[in-house]
Design a protein around this ligand. Structure first.
Ligand SMILES: NC(=O)c1ccc[n+]([C@@H]2O[C@H](COP(=O)([O-])OP(=O)(O)OC[C@H]3O[C@@H](n4cnc5c(N)ncnc54)[C@H](O)[C@@H]3O)[C@@H](O)[C@H]2O)c1
Length: 438
């Protein structure tokens, strides 16, 4: 482990390989390249303290490098025990960014890393960054618990994911009052309607095959939750030839899945019949204690949501009556009453634990959404004065799409003034009202 003043990562000698992979990823992230070209000269983030907490992948490293190149005073901490790509972390450190996190951290190290990652003054006192980049609300929750005095000075938290946004709503609004100004990056169309769906559609399959090499074609599969991630998971499984059922709590989502040709199943029937079980609900204990007794012989269970709280692998592994055999780092086979089943990644997020996460193109779109949102906030601070959860205007999403897919968007048709007037939009956009559902 390389732990020194300014960083704590696995191995700094991985920096050269990290650089190669980051360069390859950047080729597929045009949005970040366009933003760099456009803003590098003016240094819009010069001297601004930003503390990032997110999964340190090659794509994330390219985003962090962009923040630094635009002038930010940046520190970064992992948001997960298990998902850091150590070569990406080493690459950032070799470029002078303070990074804290390595793959498969202990809980104690993780907690210590969060303390070490903080900005401090000359006396060692923790000081507030202007902005926080968050993926899952881990860092804001940590600050809320450990350094609440700095919270009012944090201008804005940019929250990347569904479960993070849900946490602000439940923890802060329902229980203790909302202390933060949060920008809901997940609420941007160019994030949740792309990363969550199309990223999951690709990276879930990589996660399965790296954990346990199974044929998907011809199997019975069930996806719990037909939200954005669930839609991507269901499409991937169906695309591979599985017969896919959906378990939902929400009648509108069930109706959508039905219209897409998926079978809606009750939980028990779905578990009894399915060879592949995927959770994508963002809920807790989606597959819990008794449910494991219902699963089909040789079923493979996996989670595509945040953390390890959906497939209760911890409960299974604590049962003396259930025999466990670890096949590899990301697959355990359990035997109970003559029946076997497999849990991938101990219930942690499949595509990040067993694989490299979403491909660069879709993550490029997510991080372009981040950076353009951040620049928007920086240019319009008066719009983000009060505590609360904010959405970024649709025009920013449209710019993200233009920057991220220039080859497609250059072929767009332009409205005539007459057509624009008829639709009540500007010729140059935005083309949809804020409430449009996409
Ligand atoms: N693996 C990844 O790379 C990745 C990427 C993006 C988001 N996520 C995470 O995936 C999770 C889902 O995100 P999303 O954007 O799809 O959320 P979403 O809110 O769009 O979808 C969740 C769906 O699950 C349903 N649901 C909730 N509880 C349920 C239960 N107990 N049983 C059955 N259905 C239930 C909801 O009705 C909803 O339709 C979140 O935790 C999010 O943070 C993971």
């Amino acid at each position: 482990m390389d732990k020194t003043e300014g960083y704590w990562i696995k191995d700094i000698s991985l920096a050269a390989s990290g650089k190669l992979y980051c360069e390859e990823a950047l080729k597929q992230m045009p949005g970040l390249r366009v933003v760099r070209e456009k803003y590098m000269g003016t240094q819009p983030l010069k001297g601004i303290k930003i503390l990032g907490a997110g999964v340190i992948t090659y794509e994330c490293a390219n985003f962090a490098m962009l923040l630094k190149d635009l002038g930010a005073d940046l520190r970064w901490v992992t948001d997960s025990l298990h998902y850091t790509i150590d070569a990406a972390a080493a690459y950032l450190v070799s470029n002078g960014i303070s990074v804290y996190g390595y793959r498969h951290m202990t809980e104690e190290d993780y907690d210590e890393a969060y303390h070490l990652a903080q900005f401090r003054d000359g006396n060692g006192k923790v000081i507030a960054p202007r902005y926080i980049i968050s993926d899952g609300a881990e860092l804001p929750m940590f600050l809320h618990k450990n350094y609440p005095e700095i919270l009012p000075e944090i201008k804005v938290i940019f929250e990347q994911t569904t479960c993070g946004v849900n946490k602000y709503f439940s923890e802060f609004i329902n229980q203790s009052g909302l202390y933060f100004r949060v920008v809901d990056i997940n609420g941007c169309v160019t994030k949740s309607k792309f990363d969550n769906i199309y990223g999951s559609r690709e990276s879930m399959l990589e996660g399965i095959q790296r954990s346990l090499n199974i044929q998907i074609a011809g199997t019975e599969a069930v996806v719990f939750g037909f939200g954005e991630v669930g839609k991507g998971a269901a499409q991937a499984l169906r695309g591979m030839g599985a017969h896919v059922s959906i378990v939902e709590i929400d009648p509108i989502m069930a109706m959508q899945a039905h219209m897409e040709g998926y079978r809606i199943e009750d939980k028990k029937t779905a578990l009894r019949n399915s060879d592949i079980v995927v959770t994508a609900t963002g809920c807790i204990n989606t597959i819990d204690q008794q449910d494991f007794l219902d699963v089909k012989d040789n079923a493979v269970l996996m989670n595509m949501s945040e953390h390890n709280q959906e497939v209760n692998a911890a409960w299974v592994s604590n049962q003396k009556s259930i025999e466990a055999v670890r096949l590899n780092e990301s697959c355990v086979r359990y035997t109970y009453n003559g029946k076997q089943f497999y849990i991938l990644c101990d219930g942690y997020v499949l595509n990040l634990y067993a694989g490299y996460g979403h491909p660069p193109t879709v993550m490029g779109t997510t991080y372009t959404t981040h950076i353009l949102s951040l620049l928007y906030v920086e240019e319009h601070p008066e719009e983000f004065e009060k505590v609360g959860i904010y959405q970024i205007p649709r025009k920013v999403d449209e710019d993200v799409a233009r920057y991220s897919f220039p080859e497609i968007t250059k072929k767009l048709t332009t409205l005539t003034p007459e057509q624009a007037k008829y639709l009540s939009v500007q010729i140059e956009g935005p083309f949809k009202r804020e409430e449009y559902k996409y």
